[in-house]
Design a protein around this ligand. Structure first.
Ligand SMILES: [Fe+2]
Ligand SMILES: [Fe+2]
Length: 160
């Protein structure tokens, strides 16, 4: 099947990749927003390591968003403005109790899982079609897997 016939059916593969990258971009942006909020709001001595880890992750997740934005452009798409943003991270909202470290840790794990699922989907979509995007997504996936591992470790300690 030629690329042209492929286009006639569902969305062309390149458009699907751009859509996936855009979705991942928004997730990174929302993660930045919520990591800033929860890490700033948390109170108490138990919260200190979590605050520190999240404050460091803000820069990293922002870097992910910038890489995704650049890749969208390289593929011929354009990066949307904030009016197109739809929030999804319900479990990562700042908890009512500002000392509820466990709620924050669980929210972070959810966000990382969601990111991991998105990157796995993109990696499969790019297979044999777009190795540049695939390579970038593999690196991003690995970063999110490291974050998830770190926060699973925190959860183990804080729920002991
Ligand atoms: Fe990220
Ligand atoms: Fe992450």
């Amino acid at each position: 099947m030629s690329a042209k016939t492929k286009k006639k059916g569902k969305m062309a593969i390149q458009d699907q990749i751009i859509a996936g990258l855009t979705d991942a971009y928004w997730k990174e942006i929302e993660t930045v927003q919520n990591y800033i909020a929860v890490s700033t709001n948390l109170d108490g001595v138990d919260a200190e390591p979590i605050k520190k880890a999240l404050q460091g992750d803000v820069a990293e997740e922002l870097g992910h968003a910038q890489q995704l934005a650049n890749r969208i452009r390289v593929l011929g798409g354009s990066v949307p403005g904030s009016m197109a943003f739809k929030p999804v991270q319900k479990s990562l909202q700042p908890p009512k109790d500002s000392t509820d470290v466990v709620a924050v840790i669980k929210g972070v794990i959810d966000a990382e899982e969601d990111g991991i699922a998105g990157y796995n989907k993109l990696i499969r979509l790019c297979d044999g079609v777009d190795f540049g995007t695939q390579d970038m997504c593999i690196a991003l996936l690995t970063d999110e897997e490291n974050h998830r591992r770190e926060f699973k470790g925190f959860l183990k300690q804080y729920t002991r």
